[in-house]
Design a protein around this ligand. Sequence first.
Ligand SMILES: *Cc1c(COP(=O)(O)O)cnc(C)c1O
Length: 364
Amino acid sequence: MKFNEALKDIKMYEAGKPIELVVREFGIAAEDVVKLASNENPKGCSTKVAKVIADNAHKASLYPDDSFFELKAALAKHFDVNSDNIIIGAGSDQILEFVSRALLSDQESVLMSQVTFAMYEIYAKQMGAKIVRTPSYQHKVEEFFAAYQEHKPKIIYICTPNNPTGDAISREDVLTIINGVDKESLVVVDGAYMEYAAAKDEQYRIVPNDLIGFENVIYLGTFSKAYGLGGMRVGYGIAQAPLIHELYKMRPPFNITTLSLAAAVEACKDQEFVADSIALHQEQIVRYEQFAKSKGFDYIESYTNFITYLFNGDMNSTAIADALFREGVIVRNLASYNMNAIRITIGTDRQNSRFFEVFEKVVT
Ligand SMILES: *Cc1c(COP(=O)(O)O)cnc(C)c1O
């Protein structure tokens, strides 16, 4: 069978390795495995949300309210926008897919930083579009302008804070980029980790209302990270109503589940859980910074819920990630991004202690 030509060039997304794999391969007990690979919330999810999921279990036979009325109302209130500015997706990943399908063809290109979220490229390639990357992994205004002038991309991705590096671009610089490009290019501001950046430094805080005055900009957020609901698959896009209207044409009906919907509505109300998650994170990430300094290697200043350790020539990220893995500590090796680096999700106090202990043991 001959498949779509575009598929030839697509490398599949490499998801974080599951705990079950370590249990199967190395016979390590599940409770001794420390998974710090997928930027999940180490606190789990809010107990209030867990209760709502359990209480709604009997509704699993029913399709959800396809207008997602309650969730949009909750998000509209939280972000001070209108419900018709919002589209809901099965993770913000699905909104990325809608955006790509709505705008791209094999005549178009997309612009992104050198090292960024892998799905931007995958969705663009599905549409046959060309990938253009800036020279640096950081989002640098001049580099975005230079590439923009040369390629006139249909979509410009700004991932802030950026995954898998953890750095961020300031609100001022994002607005400079937006103001410097033509309305024919859509600027996607992916704020999957925005709650962490906003809590760390005001200059990096971007809210949908900073962007909604622009007809060619969409802000993306997710319940998967700070809200601790990765397994429920709920994300959102916020933009001017005409843009949201076009994206709706890409949406399958009932694209999040009845239980996901109930969970997200409750999660929106429990901002205390988000604040507690960020507090734990801020307390624990300091340990990773100090550990790197004590071992004499670099890390990227992080605005996310993970940290990226950068190794020099004597240390090899693939060997290190493999050695940690065999001891039941799962981290993300960034060799496939051409970086000699590992990305570690900041865990609980206990998980982090285990990481340091195993790292000391296997990296000598
Ligand atoms: C995790 C993540 C997303 C989306 O995750 P979903 O679970 O699909 O909502 C989007 N962008 C970046 C950069 C991410 O790290």
